[in-house]
Write a new protein. Structure first.
Length: 356
């Protein structure tokens, strides 16, 4: 995975037709003479869902709507823009491709693209053809989504509001497994009983989803909204500091604070790999931008109860398989340490049994 520094770019001009507002149009090639990929943001400011029925060129050639996911590329017949929401088209998600339609253009040229909406009608927008962003370029955010083709992981920042009445998206098995692993490591380093440590750090790892309790009070647009305050990395750092000062003892105070931060921060990072929702606001309060990885293998569930339904079975199986290495590493740490889940040293228990 490539580590990068964040950068931002202006959204640029907007184009409207009826209740639809189009912004940040951009086109690029992944190879020198290959097909052109087109992305933009679609905002539906109306009270009725809108449908993007087709995309084409003024000359009449039809372009292709695609959706990229963990299982590959899928062709879309249309794309729905829910009322009051924003849909991002770009790398790692929905996008438009020229396919076999020849595009004679070079970077810094502008393409004219026709968007056909079911209700709003047709809208022609100019789309600049950009140079493909590579690691080390001035700002990869010139594209509607950030992309580093050397890595299999694509990362994008979404400057858009979450859907209305959005429920949570939870990868609870992954959160618990990650917290338990952190607790096992802490227990081994500090020579403390593993079970309490694993339970405590697992609790910190799932704690950010406590903001789901605020959903009945309609906290949308406030810091209490799901995936905002409690999922932010600065808040996780503050929690780590408080835990270190309140509960830490020398010489492990710094370690306790750091691992507390790691446990809580892991929640937001894992949510960025989850398909549901708009991604966490990782850098709140400095920005409200939502962050999500283009590769999102975690299905997640809209509620904890969702894991105990027929629809939740694929989610449970997917998470169990994906986090099996994490659980195996936790078990290995416990076995090598020679303790039986916080009940005492195995050697000490054996000696006690012999003496009795």
């Amino acid at each position: 995975m490539v580590l990068v520094a964040a950068c931002t770019s202006a959204e640029g001009p907007r184009y409207s037709q009826g209740a639809i507002v189009v912004s940040s149009p951009a086109a690029w090639r992944t190879t020198g003479d290959g097909p052109v990929t087109i992305g933009f943001r679609l905002a539906n400011t109306g009270e009725v869902d809108e449908v993007l029925r087709a995309v084409g060129l003024p000359s009449g050639e039809a372009l292709q709507l695609h959706s990229a996911g963990p299982t590959g590329m899928e062709r879309l017949d249309s794309l729905t823009i829910p009322a009051g929401e924003v849909v991002q088209l770009g790398l790692g998600g929905h996008h438009v491709m020229t396919g076999d339609v020849p595009i004679v253009a070079t970077p810094e040229d502008t393409l004219s693209v026709v968007l056909e909406f079911a209700g709003a009608g047709n809208l022609v927008i100019p789309v600049p053809l950009l140079r493909f962003a590579r690691p080390g370029s001035a700002c990869a955010a010139d594209l509607p989504a950030l992309h580093w083709h050397e890595s299999s992981i694509r990362f994008r920042a979404r400057e858009q509001p979450p859907p209305r009445n959005s429920a949570g998206h939870m990868a609870s098995i992954g959160h618990l497994a990650t917290g338990a692993l952190i607790g096992a490591v802490y227990s081994r380093v500090t020579d403390t009983k593993p079970l309490p440590a694993m339970a405590a750090f697992a609790g910190l790892a799932v704690a950010p989803d406590l903001d789901l309790l605020a959903i009945p009070f309609n906290p949308r647009g406030t810091p209490l909204e799901h995936l905002v305050l409690s999922h932010a990395l600065p808040v996780a750092a503050l929690v780590g500091l408080v835990v270190a000062l309140a509960l830490g003892k020398r010489p492990y105070r710094l370690l306790l604070g750091g691992m507390s931060f790691l446990a809580m921060a892991s929640h937001g990072m894992l949510d960025a790999f989850t398909r549901h929702g708009q991604g966490p606001a990782l850098w709140w309060p400095f920005t409200d931008a939502r962050y999500a990885f283009g590769w999102q293998p975690l299905r997640g569930s809209e509620s904890f109860a969702g894991y105990f339904t027929w629809q939740g079975i694929p989610t449970v199986l997917t998470e169990s398989v994906m986090f099996l290495p994490v659980m195996a590493l936790t078990a290995l740490i416990l076995m090598r340490r020679g303790r039986s889940l916080g009940l005492g040293d195995t050697a000490e228990m054996a000696a006690a049994n012999e003496s009795s």
